[in-house]
Design a protein around this ligand. Structure first.
Ligand code: ATP
Length: 134
């Protein structure tokens, strides 16, 4: 089963981020971390911030995946990614500044709504700093 390839397409707002034949794709969703092989049962998922790992026949690629949707079909996985970056495209200073801003908002916020948004921004900032090291 693990030898069988399937098509992965990752679309972001300004165009195609990735397309190819892969063995496995791993990512984080609002329901937890998932790993998808060929012939998976169809499902749709909401992406949560996490490391995207694409296992090709010969290589492994990693990226920071922050938000979007996934549609899983038996022979194809389509991701509509609101924000996704390869390690080399991550601006580390920008992610550090975003972390500082998010922490300040969490510390000074008075109502719960703002905290949830700031916590999500903090997760994206920490994820980008982690993935920038790959
Ligand atoms: P910031 O506050 O720095 O804008 P953010 O988490 O609010 O960060 P997003 O809304 O997730 O940013 O993303 C907006 C766009 O900017 C996306 O295209 C995303 O890929 C890109 N982006 C955000 N942060 C970085 C970064 N540190 N390095 C490279 N691209 C980034």
């Amino acid at each position: 089963m693990a030898d069988k390839l399937f098509r992965l397409e990752i679309i972001k707002p300004d165009g195609i981020f990735y397309e190819g034949e892969v063995r496995m794709v791993e990512y984080n969703t609002t329901e937890g971390e998932v790993g998808v092989y060929a012939d998976h049962i169809p499902m749709t998922q909401i992406i949560a911030p996490g490391v995207l790992i694409i296992t090709e026949a010969e290589n492994e690629k990693k990226a920071a995946l922050s938000a979007g949707f996934v549609e899983v079909e038996a022979d194809k996985v389509t991701m509509l990614a609101e924000s996704v970056e390869w390690p080399q495209d991550i601006d580390l200073n920008r992610a550090k500044e975003a972390e500082t801003r998010a922490r300040r908002r969490i510390d000074t916020s008075k109502d719960g709504m703002d905290i949830a948004r700031a916590e999500l921004a903090l997760k994206r900032a920490l994820l980008r700093q982690e993935v920038a090291k790959y």
